[in-house]
Design a protein around this ligand. Sequence first.
Ligand SMILES: Cc1cc2nc3c(=O)[nH]c(=O)nc-3n(C[C@H](O)[C@H](O)[C@H](O)COP(=O)(O)OP(=O)(O)OC[C@H]3O[C@@H](n4cnc5c(N)ncnc54)[C@H](O)[C@@H]3O)c2cc1C
Length: 415
Amino acid sequence: MRFSGFRLVAEALRGHSGWKPLWRDPAPQPAYDVVIVGGGHGMATAYYLAKTFGQARIAVLDKGWVGGGNIGRNTTIIRSNYLLPGNEPFYELSMTLWEGLEQELNFNAMVSQRGVLNLCHTDGQRDSFRRRGNAMRLAGADAKLLEADEVRAMAPFLNFDNARFPIKGGLLQGRGGTARHDAVAWGYARGADVAGVDIIQNCEVTGFDIDNGRVTGVQTTRGPIRANTVGVAVAGNSGRVMGLAGMRLPIESHVLQAFVTEGLKPAIPGVITYGAGHFYISQSDKGGLVFGGDIDGYNSYAQRGNLPTVEDVVEGGMALMPMIGRARLLRSWGGVMDMSMDGSPIIDATPVEGLYLNAGWCYGGFKATPASGYCFAHLLATGRPHEVAAAYRLDRFARGHVIDERGAGAQPNLH
Ligand SMILES: Cc1cc2nc3c(=O)[nH]c(=O)nc-3n(C[C@H](O)[C@H](O)[C@H](O)COP(=O)(O)OP(=O)(O)OC[C@H]3O[C@@H](n4cnc5c(N)ncnc54)[C@H](O)[C@@H]3O)c2cc1C
């Protein structure tokens, strides 16, 4: 069924009785060509595998439900404002895929290019933003360095004259913005289902069948499933799941929290990030201020966070825009982040033949969903990395070729 204005009117006239579930609920088959574990980036991967790379007999297995992982828990920010050559072309590919995603999927993912503004508070920070903006433009992305009065015209409510951290300007990516996270999960699931992918929810992978160094299938809570190729994209569970195949990853699992206030009238023009602390904010179409900050300060698999981080995040908010103190907090939630040692992801083959890994997305994997799915599908279909994801090798830590975007070293809490 194609969605359109005409379809909406037709359904309204017949009491909305013609809408169908967005995807089937099939029982797992005994064997597939490709099994993908994880229904976030994994779903996007399955979609591109079937649609673009013409593969058949694909299943996506998720231990929970479609959209229940980080893909439906994030603060919805999409952008491609990276510095390093290993990263920028990849995120720019993602941005171009976002720009055509709703037409591609025939699904309203509420992609809204309202702009992402990174604020700077010192002259040195402005210099580094200028460098990043230049790198972005060289890679074909858009970037504009703003003076303090231009920022003031856009967002007069910010605390410009803070004695410690005055706002000196900002780097604006006008094509950045937000997308409705769960609609992205549903849109890819619907597209994958139409292309013939079996989406199997409530199906946890509990082991891998490995024969002579080659994967031959997976063990699940719904029985064994044979497969020639297995792709794993399980975010904060990466260490645990790949441990089942005997691997130890350069990844730590940490909780990241997000917050939303009661609905307010339109107040914030786009996404704004605080350069003197870790705080980022936007306003949802329903009016809630959606914001977040640092990860909690210890490793965890719990999908909920702790109060000291709540205090830290709202202090960042108060320092940046004191008016936020008048808003009432409606909800908060958490997701388990796969924090890699250099802050950059892994899209690669593993030492087990036929077993592939997509992980290490840290805070930033939502914006990567389209390109991550596309490049992982390219890898699974061809056995070769896509050129924009060529730096995301699993062995780069052993080789010393890290992609340390923030220059923070091997400290996950700083990425
Ligand atoms: C609070 C918060 C805010 C964020 N804000 C942003 C943002 O603004 N912008 C941005 O770009 N990124 C953001 N991120 C990061 C982003 O959401 C993630 O990096 C991205 O969604 C990860 O995608 P994924 O597919 O790897 O993970 P997920 O969407 O979590 O998918 C992994 C799936 O694997 C399944 N799974 C796990 N173990 C198993 C198993 N054994 N068997 C079967 N299935 C299994 C899980 O159920 C889950 O559905 C944020 C994250 C959080 C938590």
